[in-house]
Ligand binder design. Sequence first.
Ligand SMILES: Nc1ncnc2c1ncn2[C@@H]1O[C@H](COP(=O)(O)OP(=O)(O)O)[C@@H](O)[C@H]1O
Ligand SMILES: [Mg+2]
Length: 255
Amino acid sequence: MARKIVITSGKGGVGKTTVAVCLAAQLAKKGQRVVVCDADFGLNSVDFTAGVEELSSYDVIDVIEGRCRAKQALIRHPKCPNLYILTSRHAAPERYVSPQSVKLVLDGLAPQFDFIFIDSPAGIDDGFHRAVATADEAIIVTTPHLPAVRDADRVVTMLKSYRLEKLQLVVNMVRGDLLVLGECLSPSDISELLRIPLLGVLPEEYNLSCDVFNTHKSFKLIANRLLTEKGKIFDPSRKYSGLFGGVRRALKKRL
Ligand SMILES: Nc1ncnc2c1ncn2[C@@H]1O[C@H](COP(=O)(O)OP(=O)(O)O)[C@@H](O)[C@H]1O
Ligand SMILES: [Mg+2]
């Protein structure tokens, strides 16, 4: 039976969709059967991020409105047979989609999969509640920037009322050079501030997710921790410590 995990955040643009797709791809590479459901009905970027935008014919709304069965709407990723995408192409803001209807679709798929990631819209509006109502667990994504952390705090407060089995934190776009200099909040500080355990850390990298199957090693560590509940957390500051690290810091400053 699939673990249904909503990927959520307070602020937009912090990397929810990237985390949902790249983490799903890592787990699929390890042999897990994974679905990523696009529940961000406003932006619908899962298909693009996964590189399957040209393959979609039916989407989750088609399933809810009875035009096809859930299995027909799943896009099997051409590069990874264990990874399936359930898109939401039909962004129609005026159309009401109830949380129960999305939950029914995902509950129907759950027995045949190991993980279902639900990519949520940012913020705490209807779309957030709809996405969270389908899940058993949540991953909150934030960057180390104060506005993102403050908004994440509001989301964590809302999430606590859902009594999910697990809330875990991913801190994305962490700059190792700033961490070494103490110029940004550290992932462990953020975890303490938000009072939720740290699942993983991702560095700010220009081409972090160019190819979802050759992602940065930090995604592999997160996938491991999700499966085993233990294992290393990526340390973006390592590259910037010591003599060579100092040179790298100096070069980064010049960019
Ligand atoms: N760690 C990172 N380093 C650099 N760019 C990133 C990183 N994570 C995400 N991005 C980029 O940031 C943008 C927003 O990411 P996205 O996953 O769409 O955010 P969200 O779903 O939260 O709105 C995308 O262009 C994505 O490629
Ligand atoms: Mg997104």
